[in-house]
Design a protein around this ligand. Sequence first.
Ligand SMILES: Nc1ncnc2c1ncn2[C@@H]1O[C@H](COP(=O)(O)OP(=O)(O)OP(=O)(O)O)[C@@H](O)[C@H]1O
Length: 591
Amino acid sequence: MAESDVASSFRLQPLVRLAPYAMRYRGAVAAALASLLVASFATLSLPLLMRGLVDKGLSEDNVAMVDHYTGWLIVAVLFLALASASRYYFVIILGERVVNDLRRDVFAKLTVLSPEFFDRVRSGEIVSRLTADATQIKSAVGASASLALRNFVLFIGAAVMMVITSPEMSLLVLGAIPFIVLPLVGLGRWVRKKQRFAQDRLADSSAFATEAIGAMRVLQSFTQEKRVNGFFGESIEQAFGAARHSVRARALLTAFAMFFIFASIVGVLWYAAQDVTAGTLSAGALSQFVIYSTMAAAGLGGLSEVWGEISQASGSAERLMELMDEDVDVQSVTNPLPLPAAAALSVTFDQVCFHYPNAEKSPVLEDLSFEIQAGETVAIVGPSGAGKTTIFQLLMRFYDTEKGRLLLGGQPIDQVSLHDLRSAMALVPQEPVIFAMSVADNIAMGRDGASREDIIKAAKSAHAHGFICDMSDGYDSLIGERGVTLSGGQRQRLAIARAILKDAPILLLDEATSALDAESETLVQAALDDMMVGRTTIVIAHRLATVKKADRILVLKKGQVVEQGNHDSLVAQKGLYARLASLQFGDDLEV
Ligand SMILES: Nc1ncnc2c1ncn2[C@@H]1O[C@H](COP(=O)(O)OP(=O)(O)OP(=O)(O)O)[C@@H](O)[C@H]1O
């Protein structure tokens, strides 16, 4: 976010948007407020009881009155202790609950955002918002908001009691308040700006760390440790510098508030001392007034400190709310058309033009047209960057096209619900995505509610059962993050098992050969062959075997189909395919 946006007017609006979350737990809010009121009344009653003790008990040597007021003081202190404990409990629990709900909603929002968002925003940055910013809000909603409320009630109550005790002296004290409060608000605005900046820097460093941790082996292989440490250290320093600025502002705020508040009390004391010596004010009334003004001062001082924290939390809430407010670029249609219930579906690209949202000047597909019959196996080949993977992305509607139509089973894909559309396709990506969970759970991602038998059947078809059984806990073996504890071929066979389990009418295969040795390649190939039977298959082909086996080959260049046919006819044409094939498949071409 740009600094100019950050500098926009001071608002607590982002925090106000948390109110509906708190309102889900009305009981806890009510209990917290009730405890707050009880605690405040108990606190405010203390000086009154003290005055009684001094004026009616001690000054008049009345033992019964001393006992009476001492008894009430104990009762008030007991109420104060119980109410403070319950306020603390309800408020902290509320903070935890609200922030967890918020985290859940933000995460749910992330799962429906279009890939365009993830092209734009780094994942570490998002994680930082979900963790660091959420924690900031938790402490504000929990501790700070309750303290602010307590201090506010205390301040108002004490101020009222001060006026009742001595209007004249109160005027003196209260007159000083605007001079204290106004700069406080101004400084609060400044603190929030600094805080937002600090959280942005922190998120930058988290984003960098996430990326680096995921690629540590590569970084080590290039002996980049020192450089990466330098980058990280620099971004941490920036975050520290920004945090120091905001803390400095808060420290200044506290010193300023404290001095003026207590100086005005001392002034009033001096003034009141004259009245006591002249006999126009009782010692009890003076002590009552002094306690109330100390309470009011403490309340105000506490407010100034909490104000800084709430301003910080508001910056954090803003960063989370930005995620909630992100537009979903690809929307599901309100009255969707059904897809034909068939084992295989046809695919049509009709004069499709497309560029990625973040690269408007570089069209990827230009007037692309082709048709694939239901049950056909089509291989797409073409130079790197020709737009092969983009075809898959558009078919799954990760992006919408600017021009042209895409049909699936004869239905325009934007008229079908996103759920039905994506359920009709099983993707085996070039880089298989494996999660840090058990083997069985990884495969089960292919279909909700799949039984253990279904999972094992899919694994057998993917020629993965053997290596899974060799693992220490079989299907329950835990896999390392991103599948690091598996070989490339094993990862791919798990991805294939997942796709087999999905049992979708259309198969999208982004082949990868680089990671495989001859044996796993044969196994992976056999798994793929089994899977293609009876389905429409589109393969981004890197293997001669696949290319030769395909019913048809589309040769793509700069987003257009420039040649099509089977292997032999295309080789005979001696065009782009023949050249690509001889480069890519080498001597195999003549096999
Ligand atoms: N998310 C993205 N944002 C912006 N541009 C992209 C994005 N993904 C791909 N591109 C660009 O679109 C063009 C086509 O990419 P695509 O991945 O479809 O090529 P490909 O034919 O699959 O290449 P390869 O065989 O190397 O995987 C490339 O120029 C690429 O830089």
